[in-house]
Design a protein around this ligand. Structure first.
Ligand SMILES: Cc1cc2nc3c(=O)[nH]c(=O)nc-3n(C[C@H](O)[C@H](O)[C@H](O)COP(=O)(O)O)c2cc1C
Length: 175
């Protein structure tokens, strides 16, 4: 099978990560793959924040946990040591589509490099909050940003899950 299609079919969401850090060059390759996603009118509306700093990673995890309403101690990032946060310029009409496609690229690039990933949601709520805005300001990220998602990254702890069966009628062919 074509290698790209094979990667698309075998990528799975990972929910158990080893704590081991990923090499910088691996994170850079994954992030760069994100920057090559198609964007409406080529406006390149998204921005990626590569978080490997444990303090910031834990702070974001805690914000996410509270938004999700989980009990104290739960890590919505499943122990992943890194995350790529995708934001997009709110003023661009295709911002959410652009950012979602970046997320897809990130997950596929990670898989192709033997790195586990998962989309962790609630970035929108996070970066609408004062704390989220403060994080962006600390990082020098300006403009009206909408949070799209977090791509949690790390080496997989355990077995890679199998794909769920595909629903009926996914595709209609109008020939
Ligand atoms: C928009 C979106 C948001 C998601 N948010 C979460 C999340 O917050 N936590 C989580 O464990 N999985 C999350 N997932 C992962 C999905 O649950 C997962 O993609 C789905 O179960 C299919 O599994 P697969 O990715 O292995 O094919 C999200 C996926 C998408 C596309």
């Amino acid at each position: 099978m074509n290698e790209v299609i094979e990667m698309m079919k075998t990528r799975r969401s990972i929910r158990k990560f080893k704590p081991d850090a990923l090499p910088d060059e691996i994170i850079e390759q994954i992030a760069e793959a994100g920057t090559y996603a198609a964007t409406g009118k080529n406006l390149q509306s998204p921005t990626i924040i590569a978080v490997t700093n444990k303090q910031l990673r834990d702070r974001i995890s805690e914000m996410n946990r509270k938004i999700g309403g989980w009990q104290e101690g739960f890590d919505p990032f499943y122990g992943a040591p890194a995350m790529l946060i995708v934001l997009a310029d709110k003023n661009v009409p295709t911002a959410v589509y652009d950012g979602s496609l970046v997320m897809g690229n990130l997950m596929l690039a990670a898989h192709s490099l033997g790195v586990g990933s998962i989309w962790i949601h609630r970035a929108k709520e996070e970066f609408e909050s004062e704390e989220g805005k403060a994080i962006l300001a600390e990082l020098g990220i300006t403009g009206d940003q909408v949070g799209i998602g977090h791509c949690a990254l790390g080496y997989i702890d355990g077995e890679e899950p199998k794909a769920a069966s595909r629903k009926e009628n996914w595709v209609y062919y109008a020939k």
